[in-house]
Design a protein around this ligand. Structure first.
Ligand code: AGP
Length: 581
């Protein structure tokens, strides 16, 4: 959700922290702040809006020289978007930045207010600063341990004490890594923020307290030293360039053919590298947002292979009374590997001794670490909040697993053709711009499809919704006439997704039903037909169809959002990794 970064070393801390914030901005971007410390003082500067707004404020302020500091970019959970609620928060000698949610904040706040402590913000985070300060006499570890023992919820914290030239940090649930450089050390919500300086990082356990300064770092748990292995990231800083595209989203869509090519190359002759899921009788496929929709496509593919699969949204699944059969495999899907609801669903299965398989992008993430088996989709860093390339590779994994379950002759041949067919489709940007011209002025749009085409409709609709702010809904095509068709008026844009030929005629008649009520149809299929606005995708093996149907929808959403002048990579109110419930 929020992004936090901290630094202790010999460089100008302000520069390192601002660079880190820019790399973390996709995690939340409604306000931000920085706290710099030197022997004499701690200086805090906060601003609402983008990191560039904070940078302007800093450039117009007198800044202390500092080699140690913490910084934060916010996705508001408690308290409105304003400078008061922006982080860092300071109470007494303690200044903190926080990523997570404290569920018992109001109880703790009242307790501290009764002790005479006053608060300047409405946030749950400031309460943590108040609590640590309340317990701080002269031992920072004791104060932090005492405070976190009273917290309920999730937290990753960067902490500065006004009278100690060190930076402290601790995490529980929320992601946080320690970066190890040459006589310089970092804390960060993800490795991307520090790749410019180091690839060496340490994964931290729950409630392990880190302290860093330019001489080194220590990790302790309840006063005992903890040794942890220094790992090396396989990502490089270059992975965050836009490569000449206007937006990360477009760059990431255009990376799909090569990423799919590389993934196929890795597995086409080594399908045994993919887990053998045939031994399981039941499948629970779990995710949130687009990850859930990738899972829904997976369910439809498995069903065609005679496999009984349940697909569920993690935030619901985690609170359901699920009865597990030992022959169950719980498949959790997550690009970031840090989505709180999906983590909880995975842990529920782990606690019931049920096997878990993660389809995940970020290696070293909580889901990648805690699932029994994992398939890394190797999409590289995905910066744009709207997932595209990661979604495609998640669907490709299900397609390969489905082929492994039920081999059919044409599949491998078509698989080899897929990257070039996809490239041809992606190059038809003119087509998609023409369609976008039909859509961008509308405030309500519909997508309809049946079976796997319904899952594709859901993803197409979400892409349009999340980056263009058009109210878009996807429906099972046969369901429209049971109510929602009353919303169809003259010119209402309705996308018809018709790639599953087994029910083509049924979906076509549903599309005709809305056309007869004045709708403006956008026809997407592998069967040509006489519609003014149509995208005809090449015919290919059924298990691969979604991988040709979705990219045109990604690009149409992109061009609609461009026409509506939206912030495509950082849509309002969203964040790339949803680390809170
Ligand atoms: C999709 O474009 C959104 N960013 C969102 O729905 C996302 O898919 C969801 O939050 C799940 O994220 P994850 O894959 O990182 O778990």
């Amino acid at each position: 959700m929020c992004g936090i970064i901290g630094y202790a070393g010999n460089r100008n801390a302000q520069e390192v922290l601002i660079h880190g914030l820019k790399e973390l901005e996709y995690r939340g971007y409604d306000s931000s702040g920085i706290a710099l410390k030197n022997n004499k003082k701690t200086q805090i500067i906060k601003s609402i809006g983008k990191i560039s707004d904070l940078e302007n404020k800093i450039n117009n302020s007198k800044i202390i020289d500092s080699n140690l500091g913490i910084a934060h970019t916010r996705w508001a959970t408690h308290g409105a978007v304003n400078a008061k609620n922006a982080h860092p928060h300071n109470v007494g000698k303690v200044t903190i930045v926080h990523n997570g949610i404290i569920e018992n904040a109001s109880v703790l706040r009242d307790k501290l207010i009764n002790k005479g402590i006053t608060f300047k913000s409405e946030t749950d985070s400031e309460v943590i600063a108040g609590l640590i300060n309340y317990y701080y006499k002269d031992d920072p570890y004791k104060a932090i341990e005492k405070a976190i023992s009273e917290l309920k919820g999730s937290y990753a914290l960067g902490i500065i004490f006004s009278d100690i030239n060190k930076l402290f940090a601790v995490r529980c649930e929320s992601p946080l890594i320690l970066g190890v450089g040459n006589h310089e050390y970092f804390i960060a919500s993800d490795i991307g923020a520090i790749l410019k300086y180091t690839k060496d990082y340490v994964l931290l356990g729950k409630n392990e307290i880190i302290s860093i300064d330019n001489n080194g770092y220590s990790i302790t748990l309840n006063g005992e030293n903890v040794n942890r292995q220094v790992l090396k990231s396989n990502l490089n800083d270059e992975s965050v360039s836009k490569k000449g595209y206007d937006h990360y989203m477009m760059k990431e869509i255009m990376e799909e053919p090569i990423l799919i090519h590389n993934f196929i190359k890795k597995y086409i002759n080594h399908l045994n590298k993919l887990p053998n899921i045939k031994k399981y009788k039941h499948f629970h496929i779990i995710g949130c947002g687009s990850a859930y929709y990738a899972g829904l496509i997976g369910k439809y593919l498995f069903e065609e292979d005679g496999i009984d699969a349940l697909v569920e949204i993690a935030s619901e699944y985690r609170y359901r009374n699920i009865k597990y059969d030992k022959n169950t495999l719980v498949i959790v899907i997550s690009q970031s590997g840090e989505t709180a609801d999906t983590i909880a669903a995975m842990r529920m299965a782990n606690e019931n001794n049920v096997d878990t398989l993660a389809i995940v992008n970020v290696d070293g993430s909580t889901i990648a670490r805690e699932s029994k088996y994992k398939i890394l989709i190797e999409a590289g860093r995905e910066i744009a909040v709207a997932t595209t390339k990661a979604f495609m590779l998640q669907v490709l994994v299900f397609s390969l697993l489905s082929y492994k379950i039920n081999k059919d002759d044409t599949y491998l041949n078509d698989l080899k053709k897929l990257p070039s067919l996809l490239k041809i489709l992606l190059d038809k940007t003119g087509y998609y711009k023409k369609i976008a011209d039909q859509v961008y002025k509308h405030e309500d749009v519909f997508f309809i499809g049946r079976k796997i085409d319904y899952a594709i409709s859901l993803e197409g609709s979400l892409k349009l919704k999340e980056i263009s702010y058009i109210h878009s809904e996807a429906y099972q095509a046969g369901e429209l006439k049971h109510g929602t068709i009353s919303l169809i008026n003259n010119g209402t844009v309705v996308f018809g997704i018709l790639t599953d030929n087994s029910i083509y005629d049924k979906t076509l008649s549903n599309l005709e039903e809305v056309i007869s009520r004045g709708a403006n149809p956008i026809y997407i299929s592998n069967v040509d037909a006489d519609y003014e606005n149509k995208i005809i995708i090449p015919k290919i093996n059924k298990k691969l169809e979604p991988l040709l149907a979705v990219p045109p929808l990604q690009l149409i959403a992109y061009f609609v959002a461009v026409k509506r002048d939206c912030n495509i990579d950082k849509p309002k109110n969203l964040a790339k990794s949803v680390t809170v419930e």
